[in-house]
Design a binder for this molecule. Structure first.
Ligand code: SD4
Length: 317
């Protein structure tokens, strides 16, 4: 049985692009890269790829990773002027002896391999409008130490509309990475993670998504996990690696996610805007999704079809 699991509602875009080939016998790695690439090209997704929101200086930089095993991983970070960081990450994995390329070096590598370039500072109209709104109200934020960008756009907009918000005092948008895990008909696991990072981040900031073990970890012998949310929380506990290690010790995917979220809750002074969500898959195909707080969603495709579902809030309301 083929299974594709991804984060957030735009996981449906990934499922449409990637699940048919996976169900027909395609590889898990091809599926996660195809799914990630479809979302990277969707201009309506403002947290991934070409539609992404920029950093505090108004520039867009992308991060991505792919992995199938401890000795097969690739990632790129702070990539500008390319639409498909996930495909570049796959090339790092398959065509170099390295795991991670950053910034100028990653871009030169992509250029050499013929990855399609785009204008470096191109933003969608939506991204530019939100950036200018943000800049008008936070002109000093980009320079402030410890500045915490807002998180979890779906939740924030829900809160705003529930409180009758008119949009004037509307919370700033957050960021929702697409992380994907797949298991193919041959029983092989693969994962990918792609993001434009936190909205209005300090220029140069890189989060969990492209860092193996933080935003993504896959070991065919133990399982796969991937994250979304405030990268700084996930990085503090090596979130995806920790989930896979808990599965290696015998925990089911749901308990492994819960233990990891508990670790985050124990070790951080959580801010109301903090969120962390994870998806996990065991080698036998059992899977789970869970987050610190309500509002997290995942998209699952298997022989029963594709469903968008609410992720469990595993740590209190
Ligand atoms: C980051 N984890 O760069 C990403 C952003 C994200 O939901 O996933 N937001 O920290």
């Amino acid at each position: 049985m083929a299974t594709l699991l991804s984060t957030w509602s735009f996981g449906q875009v990934a499922a449409r692009a990637a699940y048919p080939a996976l169900a027909a016998g395609g590889s898990a790695l091809d599926a996660v890269v195809a799914g990630a690439s479809a979302v990277e090209l969707d201009p309506t997704v403002d947290s991934v790829g070409v539609g992404g929101l920029p950093d505090a200086s108004g520039r867009l930089s992308l991060d991505a990773s792919v992995m199938t095993d401890p000795d097969r991983a690739g990632s790129v970070c702070f990539v500008r002027g390319f639409a498909h960081p996930t495909k570049i990450a796959r090339d790092v994995m398959e065509r170099t002896i390295h795991v991670m390329l950053a910034g100028d070096g990653a871009e030169a590598f992509a250029r050499r391999l013929g990855h399609a370039e785009r204008e470096q500072d191109a933003l969608t109209d939506h991204a530019r409008r939100l950036y200018l709104q943000w800049r008008d109200t936070h002109s000093d934020a980009g320079a402030r130490e410890g500045y915490t960008p807002p998180m979890n756009v779906e939740e924030r907009y829900r809160r705003d509309s529930a409180s009758g918000g008119t949009g004037a005092g509307r919370p700033l948008p957050g960021h929702d990475t697409i992380s994907l895990l797949a298991r193919d008909r041959a029983g092989r696991l693969a994962g990918a993670c792609t993001t434009s990072g936190l909205a209005f981040k300090l220029p140069g900031r890189v989060g969990d998504s492209p860092i193996i073990g933080h935003g993504l970890y896959v070991d065919q012998r133990a399982g796969a996990a991937a994250g979304t949310g405030t990268g700084e929380l996930i990085m503090g506990v090596c979130g995806s690696f920790l989930i896979v290690e808990f599965m290696r010790q015998g925990l089911d995917p749901r308990s492994a996610i819960r233990r990891t979220l508990e670790r985050i809750a124990e070790r951080f002074a959580l801010h109301p805007d903090h969120q962390a969500g994870f998806i996990a898959m065991a080698p036998d195909g059992r899977w789970a999704s869970g987050a610190l707080r309500p509002g997290f969603t995942h998209c699952i495709s298997d022989e029963k079809g594709t469903r968008l579902e609410a992720g469990e809030a595993l740590i209190g309301e």
